[in-house]
Design a protein around this ligand. Structure first.
Ligand code: NCD
Length: 340
């Protein structure tokens, strides 16, 4: 695909070569994310970071990624802080905000809303999550993490055995990741969920049509055996008709150190798009795994920065110029970045 000036709305836009392009640029961004180097390549550019649904990592890491490239960020983080509550359409909002920004990231609870917004926008729009539909930048950072973790274990993405656990019906991170993995060969999916929260057939059919193995079950222990990656998800309670309905599914699948040790092969990677629900009735990913070296959740969040920097650099056509304006940092840095 031609990244320059493009909207990023769905992972269906990508071919495998595009993913490699994003990952190569992301690798180049590591010294900047790690605060070894500083670049001003987007100096003067403004990002409209429009979040109409709760977000911590996606919102802040998109903002940081833009800042690390030298640009400024303008942010709306609540629907009630924008004129959408006064009845303003996505069309008008997009026409207005695209006059103020060089790129826009948008999250909204309505499926398809970001596509509608992008149609009216005069600048590139990145989907930061539209309802239970898609979350393309999350899938890219997840796949980048999977690739690094597999390479560190002498394996690759082709042939991957991945167990996806929890709310596969409403989880947009899962939906985008399943689609993205369709670009690779011979993937073995173990889909562990309550029957009511199974992966929608639109994704399942796509995975099967690519020849991937898809085993559905409601059994955690057998579902996670033999996997290279465990991808645990939270019950997406905000998508359910009521909290009572969502509560029925909380705590059904709980991964902890004991279950991991008893059922998984050594070095099985544990991932979660976060937030994990740490409340007593949920705890789908127990804190007792925090010291497990195979827990990759904070490597995922670190990788989100370089992936989002790469998307901006490609869309705004500055990937080749980043180094031109760069210098070493001159403040104390902790060397915090952990891509692997
Ligand atoms: C995910 C999301 O918002 O879809 N979070 C994220 O962006 N990292 C997953 C979730 O909220 O459970």
């Amino acid at each position: 695909m031609n990244f320059i000036g493009s909207h990023i709305l769905s992972v269906s836009q990508f071919k495998r070569a595009d993913i490699e392009t994003v990952f190569n640029v992301a690798d180049q961004m590591i010294p900047y994310a790690n605060r070894e180097r500083v670049t001003r390549v987007l100096e003067g550019a403004i990002l409209g970071n429009m979040f109409f649904e709760p977000s911590t990592r996606t919102r802040v890491s998109f903002g940081c990624a833009w800042n690390l490239l030298g640009g400024e960020v303008r942010e709306t983080s609540e629907v009630k802080a924008s004129s959408i509550v006064k009845g303003e359409s996505f069309y008008d909002t997009a026409r207005v905000l695209s006059g103020y920004s060089d790129a826009i990231v948008m999250r909204h609870q309505v499926e398809g809303s970001v596509d509608e917004f992008a149609t009216a926008s005069r600048v590139p729009v990145i989907n930061g999550g539209d309802g239970s539909n898609e979350h393309p930048s999350q899938a890219l950072l997840d796949l980048y993490t999977i690739k690094k973790e597999m390479e560190g274990r002498g394996k690759q993405v082709d042939g991957l055995r991945i167990a996806l656990i929890g709310d596969l019906r409403y989880g947009r991170a899962v939906h985008s990741l399943c689609r993205l993995l369709c670009l690779y060969d011979d993937i073995h999916f173990s889909l562990v969920s309550p029957p009511e929260l199974k992966l929608p057939s639109i994704y399942l059919d796509e995975m099967k049509s690519h020849g991937h193995e898809c085993l559905e079950s409601a059994q955690l222990q057998s579902g996670i055996a033999h996997a290279d990656i465990l991808y645990v998800t939270r019950t997406q309670e905000e998508r359910f008709p009521s909290k009572e309905e969502a509560d029925k599914y909380k705590g059904l699948f709980r991964l902890n150190q004991t279950i991991y040790t008893e059922n998984c092969e050594p070095n099985t990677v544990i991932m979660h798009p976060l937030p994990r629900d740490s409340r007593g009735d949920a705890r789908e990913l127990d804190d007792d795994l925090n010291e497990n070296p195979n827990l990759a959740i904070f490597r995922q969040t670190d990788n989100g920065v370089v992936i989002r920097m790469a998307l901006f650099a490609l869309i705004l056509n500055v990937a080749d110029q980043v180094e031109k304006t760069a210098r070493d940092v001159n403040w104390y840095t902790a060397g915090r970045f952990s891509s692997q």
